[in-house]
Design a protein around this ligand. Structure first.
Ligand code: PRP
Ligand code: URA
Length: 213
């Protein structure tokens, strides 16, 4: 599994404001979207393309275009929804599927409560969006679900990751041949006793959309 930490001053700048507890929800949503657009540039380095013949006003030449089938973008609800616009701005022709997952705050295990995805993902390149890779349980379950449906190339895009989550993901994917890469804005220090990323940014879903309970 490849892990790419997007090292760019604009990414670090936007992440700092996301981390700041004084940042309100509207600003947090805007920053998450902007940050995703920057991460999308890194995350799509391996997007599948094919040669494309065109004529410029001067001569015939060969360019490239996105291959078919188009990539599938899968935000993990709720918080991954805050990254969707930033991603499809760069990949407007991508299809979008949804996975709803919630982490049990006591056991820290992820429960899948919704999925709206094509049944057959054979040969599909998939970009999974979730701002937080904490224990890695949600992302690991999501990736296995996609691989079971046939996805054959997966990029997980996160705003923040914990070393524990990366290690868990690596271990849980050890027996698969499907290439998986993680693109993240930063790898933080650790998880705390409640499974939150430290220093982190708190509960991403709550900061985007407010508390639900
Ligand atoms: C958060 C976050 C990830 C998950 C990460 O979602 O958006 O999906 O926790 O934790 P993990 O790596 O330990 O699995 P949450 O369950 O809070 O749901 P929400 O997006 O609806 O707020
Ligand atoms: N989920 C979040 O939203 N934040 C964390 O720090 C960990 C899991």
């Amino acid at each position: 599994m490849d892990v790419h930490v997007a090292d760019h001053p604009l990414i670090a700048h936007k992440l700092t404001y996301l981390r700041d507890k004084r940042t309100d929800s509207p600003t947090f949503r805007r920053l998450a979207e902007e940050l995703m657009t920057l991460l999308a540039y890194e995350a799509t380095r391996e997007v599948r393309v094919e040669p494309f013949q065109i004529e410029t006003p001067v001569t015939a030449t060969t360019g490239i275009k996105l291959s078919n089938p188009k990539p599938l973008v899968v935000p993990i609800l709720r918080a991954g929804l805050g990254m969707l616009e930033g991603m499809v701005r760069l990949l407007p022709s991508a299809e979008v599927g949804f996975l709803g997952m919630q982490r049990n705050e006591v056991t820290l295990e992820a429960v899948t409560y919704a999925n709206r995805l094509p049944d057959d993902l054979t040969g599909r390149q998939v970009f999974v969006l979730d701002p937080m890779l904490a224990t890695g349980g949600s992302m690991s379950d999501a990736i296995h679900f996609l691989i079971d449906r046939g996805a054959d190339d997966i990029t997980a895009v996160c705003l923040l990751a914990a070393p524990e989550g990366i290690a868990h993901l690596e271990e849980s994917l050890a027996s698969t041949n499907v290439p998986v890469r993680v693109v993240t804005g930063a790898v933080d220090e650790r998880l705390n006793e409640k499974g939150y990323i430290v220093p982190g940014l708190g509960d991403a879903g709550d900061r985007l959309y407010g508390t639900v309970d």
